[in-house]
Structure formats: structure tokens, C-alpha cells
Design a protein around this ligand. Structure first.
Ligand code: ADP
Ligand code: MG
Length: 232
């Protein structure tokens, strides 16, 4: 459960200049299993997404995840909320898929054999078992995105926040990642420009100019977004 209470985010755009408002007046109570966030470039979607796991902290108001305050319980929040970036290169730090997933599992106390088995299981689930020992750089964009997702899910987060996870992918890989995200048990907050993906959500938020301008079922919210973008 994700709660935003009167949240605003302001930041200094250039040193000495007055703060700019990036988000304002956000009140949300998100309990739906699939929440999509749509909006124009620069509207505030990533800021909204990053507030959920404490990568960005509110200037005003509070963000609570299962009752924990992101400003006070950062470490607990990040164990609970997994975050997937658009660009998997921002997330993958180890030379091989096996090592990358092993790194994600470092917090779990497992003996070496259990750890190896767990790593193999995660890679197999994401279709990467045959690539366990290849260089991460040799993977396709789609495989890298799956690996980034695998690493995040290996930590067993209760909530997954994905910021445009399929934007860099071709149609085939987009479908693979979409199907995987659709299949998860976790609550997923998905920032996307893919209106077909948004249409499958239980609830859609439309962000414009740092505010939530529509919030409801997918059909109505996406209509509002299309109207605002004047694309029909
Ligand atoms: N730390 C920051 N300092 C100043 N401006 C920022 C900062 N983060 C985001 N912005 C600005 O706030 C607006 C919203 O950014 P963002 O949340 O990344 O939007 P989106 O993901 O919808 O493209 C943009 O104009 C961006 O340049
Ligand atoms: Mg963004």
C-alpha cells in the first residue's frame, strides 16, 4: 500500500535561482495491484516513481509504504520497494549475469550451494540460464532489461516500481518484459508511454505539469491523456 499525503517536490534548477516545483499537491492511496503512470516528457512521472522508494524525498508532505515513511525508514523502504530503471546499464554492475544476480542476493544468508542454486533458478526463470557466464555487455537490450528485473525480483520486493522499462526495447522484447510484469504477484507501479500496457492496469494516473490531472480506471484516464496531448 502506497500513500502520498500532500506531497510536493521542489528543487533548485540552477544554483542561486529560485526553486522550481516539480510535483505539487499529490494525494494518493494506491492499493491496486497494477498502477500505470502516463504523461508527457518532463511532466513529473519519474519524480513520482522515485518518491515511492525514497530515491527522491518530498519537500512537503509524506510518502508512506505499508506504513513506513520514506524519509525516515529509507533502508527498510528500499528492501520493500524494488526499482527498475529505463536503462538497464544504470542497474547492472557486475561482469556476468551470474555475478549480478548473486550480488542482489547478498543480503540473504545462504550457504554457497544454496546461493548458486538460487542464482540459477532466477536466471532460468528469466530465460537467461544459458547466458549465466557471458559478459553482460554481450547481452541484447532485452536480455539486459530482463537481467535487471531478475536482479530486483531476486530480492523479493513487496512492490515493484518500473520507470519506462520497455522504452529501449524492440517489439519482441517489449512483449517478453510486458508479459513478465503482467505475471508478477507483486504490486507494480509502471511508468510508461505504452498506452496498451497502461490499458491493462487496474488504475491509471495521468501526470501533467507536476500534478495528477486524471486518476481512475484505465479507459477514462487514457482518454483524458489523449485529449490533453490532442492526439486522436
Ligand atoms: N533534481 C532536479 N532538479 C531540478 N529539476 C528537476 C530535478 N528532477 C527533475 N527535474 C525537472 O522536473 C521535471 C519533471 O521531471 P521528471 O520527473 O523526470 O519527468 P518525466 O519522468 O515525466 O519526464 C522536468 O522538467 C525535470 O527537468
Ligand atoms: Mg522520466
Amino acid at each position: 500500500m502506497i500513500t502520498f499525503e500532500s506531497v510536493a517536490v521542489r528543487a533548485e534548477s540552477t544554483p542561486g535561482a529560485p526553486d522550481v516545483t516539480i510535483l505539487a499537491g499529490v494525494d494518493l492511496h494506491l492499493v491496486e495491484r497494477r498502477v500505470a503512470v502516463v504523461g508527457a516528457n518532463g511532466s513529473g512521472k519519474s519524480t513520482l516513481a522515485r518518491l515511492v522508494n525514497g530515491l527522491v524525498l518530498p519537500t512537503d508532505g509524506r510518502v508512506l509504504v505499508d506504513g513506513l515513511d520514506t524519509a525516515r525508514d529509507g533502508a527498510a523502504i528500499r528492501r520493500r520497494v524494488g526499482f527498475v530503471f529505463t536503462d538497464p546499464d544504470a542497474q547492472l554492475v557486475m561482469p556476468t549475469p551470474r555475478e549480478d544476480v548473486a550480488l542482489s542476493l547478498r543480503r540473504l544468508t545462504l550457504d554457497a550451494a544454496e546461493r548458486a542454486e538460487r542464482v540459477h533458478g532466477v536466471l532460468a526463470r528469466f530465460g537467461l540460464a544459458a547466458h549465466a557466464e557471458v559478459s553482460v555487455h554481450a547481452l541484447s537490450g532485452g536480455q539486459k532489461q530482463l537481467l535487471a528485473l531478475a536482479g530486483v525480483l531476486a530480492t523479493e520486493p513487496a512492490i515493484l516500481v518500473c520507470d519506462e522499462p520497455t522504452t529501449l526495447l524492440d517489439l519482441r522484447w517489449r512483449r517478453v518484459v510486458d508479459e513478465l510484469l503482467d505475471s508478477l504477484d507483486q504490486q507494480v507501479v509502471l511508468v510508461t508511454h505504452d498506452l496498451d500496457a497502461a490499458a491493462r492496469a487496474d488504475r491509471v494516473l495521468v501526470v501533467d505539469g507536476g500534478r495528477i490531472v486524471a486518476d481512475g480506471d484505465a479507459w477514462g484516464a487514457i482518454e483524458t491523456y489523449r485529449d490533453r496531448m490532442a492526439v486522436r
